[in-house]
Ligand binder design. Structure first.
Ligand code: 3H9
Length: 695
């Protein structure tokens, strides 16, 4: 037998244990180990039934995703599960941790299931762009009915043990020693002559005859662009319409289709990227971390308040500082309102609201910050103000405290230099709304110490964020690329497109909204102010006054003023085209002597996205992002880049770097250097026939 699965007999019950850290994934060695152990258990005259379990932290958490895309190796998982299902002895799965995907399918191949009270079970394949491909779509509906099985398969969320028991997904929930509990359960089954229960022999219950059509309709908007949820529906429907073996064939065909799909490839890439991103190149795994037990946030505005909530949510006390009492009161009232809204939706208890509010301690004095471990500044986006804040922090904070700025565009090195401890300074760029958006760009300054970076990266996870380590430059990774896209979007309208056409192309590509709906949401005044600063500073990259700036100058700031690039009706966030804006654009074109032309959707897509890829390549060259995956994760978690496209750099490989480079060169000739100078890295990859990932 292979070492990754072992067999022993305990109290007359054979115990098969998978031991393949970290998550007992069902790689080839585990699959053959499971077969060998089954054989041994069947031949063991002392074993009257068999228990299957996992060592370490979990029951198998699924097929080994690293094997996907490689030539398949026998034995295949469906065959292993069939062998368990048709074994001549009773089988019991003993589940702890997370029995997911293929792991859950192994459990479904057993006659009975016992779970530890803390365990979760589920079929998350859909989140990898797949569907359960080892019988899950055929066996789960036979166990709990199609109506209950469908959302578990098509949404992929794990089900806690107690709920699983209520659904009939597990037979017994135990606490304490799982294997002892499962062995006792198996003995009871044997003693009571309990029958084997192969699910393949069960009929499928379907309560709602319109289940599939209704469900498909209900997910259509949320799952826009994804392929796998819709294939999951087909597979479950097959379970209700076909005999088991036919259903299995259908499941297999759908699984293979998804496995080859670009959507699943992208989703699997994102799965590994979001884990890899936490490992910062050059920072040793064993770098010591600083203790973060208390935090302070400077500024109780929208951003500061949202940031403070993250810490309160994680149970970390946070001092919230403002300079004026009324601003502090306003900030606290907004935070309370946010929590109470969540409580009203049933996602928090009133007790939780009070607990979180009590963790946020308001103050008007910097002298109250002497003992905090981390301070995050979230004041007005102006260098002079930031510097004044950091001077104060340098004065009051204890040695070793981490001093972070939430700046989205300013030079973190310049801010650090105003203090006597630049090694303790870094950027923590939260995305708005800060209590909701998962991305955190952790900006490492020239002098930031390794342990500060490691601490902030760990802390990101602790507060439920995906932290990406980036370097200092204007706009860092996300906004630097966004500014390039915005520049193109504005230019495309100047040349003849309408704002709604540009937005539709980007929305249809899969982003949650187009560039102009996004700027209306963020507030046109924000971008206007940043551009004004650049113009005033005489920055050669500063853009001339655009039609969007003209709208901002007229007080059309976006959603908050009911009008921006689009207009908004009271209480409705739907962007509506505005004839007044069309007139302003026409006037702007006349002033600049531009005759509008027809702009194709294809050109909009290429100019808005290729410009980002080109900028992403520059960001990589300059070391602002260490790896293409860092750029991808920034765009997925910060801007809602469609997961099924894998992020801009992964998508670029899909399109072909050479194709993109050729277009960039063409646009450079037509539109000039300022936005279209090809990144040397892009050129180099294109000429070598390589991609950002594919070597
Ligand atoms: C499937 O089962 C298909 C079948 O239906 C059909 C087959 C025919 N494979 O997340 P963590 C690695 S599809 C390989 O940080 P946590 C992970 O990369 C699969 N590796 O820990 C990481 O590596 P590293 C369906 C895997 O405690 C390490 O384990 N199953 C796999 O926060 C620790 O992971 C799923 O989709 C895997 N399946 O969360 C479950 N899973 O240390 C996917 C993890 O080198 N997994 N790794 O960075 C998860 O959701 C979480 O990992 C889990 C633990 C909840 C289990």
């Amino acid at each position: 037998m292979t070492q990754v699965v072992r067999y022993e007999c305990r109290d007359g019950i054979g115990v098969i244990t998978v031991d393949y850290p970290p998550v007992n994934a069902l790689g080839a060695a585990v699959r053959s180990g499971l077969l060998a152990a089954l054989e041994q258990g069947l031949q063991d005259a002392d074993a009257r039934a068999l228990v299957v379990t996992g060592d370490g932290r979990t029951f198998p958490a699924g097929a080994d995703i690293r094997e996907f895309g490689k030539p398949p190796v026998e034995p295949f998982l469906p065959d292993v599960i069939n062998a368990y299902e048709s074994a001549g002895k009773l089988t019991v799965a003993a589940i702890h941790g997370t029995a997911l995907g293929g792991g859950m399918e192994v459990a479904l191949g057993c006659d009975y299931r016992v779970a530890l009270d803390s365990a979760k079970v589920g079929l998350p394949e859909v989140k990898l762009g797949l569907l359960p491909g080892a019988g899950g779509t055929q066996r789960l509906p036979r166990l709990i009915g199609a109506d209950a099985a469908l959302p578990i398969i098509a949404e992929g969320n794990p089900v806690p043990a107690a709920k699983a028991k209520a659904l009939g997904l597990v037979d017994e929930v135990v606490s304490g020693d799982l294997v002892a509990g499962a062995v006792a359960f198996a003995r009871k089954l044997v003693e009571s002559n309990a029958p084997q229960r192969p699910l393949r022999e069960q009929a499928v219950k379907l309560d709602n005859p319109n289940l599939f059509a209704e469900y498909e309709k209900s997910i259509a908007r949320k799952q826009r662009g994804f392929l796998s949820p819709f294939r999951c529906i087909e597979a479950v429907r097959a379970a209700t319409e076909l005999p088991f073996d036919e259903g299995m064939k259908r499941e297999r065909a759908l699984f293979m289709e998804l496995m080859q799909s670009s959507e699943s490839r992208a989703q699997r890439h994102v799965f590994f990227a979001e884990r890899e991103v936490a490992k910062v190149p050059g920072i040793a795994k064993d770098t010591p971390r600083r203790d973060i037990n208390t935090v302070a946030v400077i500024g109780a505005g929208t951003m500061g308040g949202g940031i403070a909530m993250n810490f309160a949510n994680a149970g970390i006390p946070v001092r919230l500082l403002e300079v004026k009492q009324d601003a502090l009161d306003r900030g606290l009232a907004v935070i309370r309102r946010n929590y109470e809204n969540t409580a009203r939706k049933g996602r928090l208890t009133q007790d939780d609201v009070e607990k979180r509010m009590s963790l946020i301690q308001p103050t008007l004095s910097y002298d109250d910050l002497g003992s905090v471990d981390l301070v995050i500044e979230a004041v007005f986006e102006t260098m002079d103000i930031k510097k004044a804040v950091f001077k104060e922090l340098d004065r009051v904070c204890k040695p070793g405290a981490i001093l972070a700025t939430n700046t989205s565009t300013l030079d973190v090195n310049e801010i650090a230099a105003i203090t006597s401890r630049p090694q303790d300074v870094m950027g923590m760029h939260f995305f708005s709304p800060a209590n909701v958006m998962k991305l955190l760009e952790n900006v490492r300054g020239e002098k930031t110490a390794d342990d500060v970076v490691a601490t902030v990266m760990d802390l990101s996870k602790r507060i439920g964020k995906v932290g990406v380590c980036v370097g200092v430059c204007h706009g860092f990774v996300g906004n630097r690329m966004l500014h390039k896209r915005q520049h193109e979007a504005i230019a495309l309208v100047e040349e003849g497109a309408s704002p709604e056409q540009v937005d539709k192309v980007i929305y249809d590509f899969g982003l949650p909204m187009g560039p102009f709906a996004m700027s209306d949401l963020a507030g046109l005044d924000v971008g206007y102010r940043i551009r004004e600063e650049l113009r005033k500073a005489g920055d050669p990259e500063a853009q001339a006054l655009s039609w969007v700036d003209k709208l901002a100058a007229k007080g059309r700031y976006g959603q908050k003023t009911g009008a921006g690039v689009f207009r908004y009706e009271e209480g409705d966030r739907t962007p509506r085209p505005d004839p007044e804006v069309a007139e302003l654009i026409a006037e702007h074109r006349r002033e600049k002597g531009i005759t509008p032309r027809e702009v194709t959707d294809q050109e909009i897509l290429e100019r808005c996205l290729y410009v980002m890829v080109n900028e992403g390549a520059k960001i990589l060259e300059e070391g602002i992002a260490a790896r293409p995956l860092d750029v991808d994760v920034v765009w997925i978690y910060g801007y809602g880049f469609p997961v099924y496209r894998g992020g801009p750099m992964f998508w670029a490989d899909h399109v072909g770097v050479k194709t993109i480079y050729d277009k960039v060169v063409e646009f450079q000739k037509r539109l000039g250097d300022s936005n279209w100078k090809p990144a040397p890295l892009l050129k180099q990859l294109a000429e070598a026939g390589k991609g950002f990932y594919a070597g």
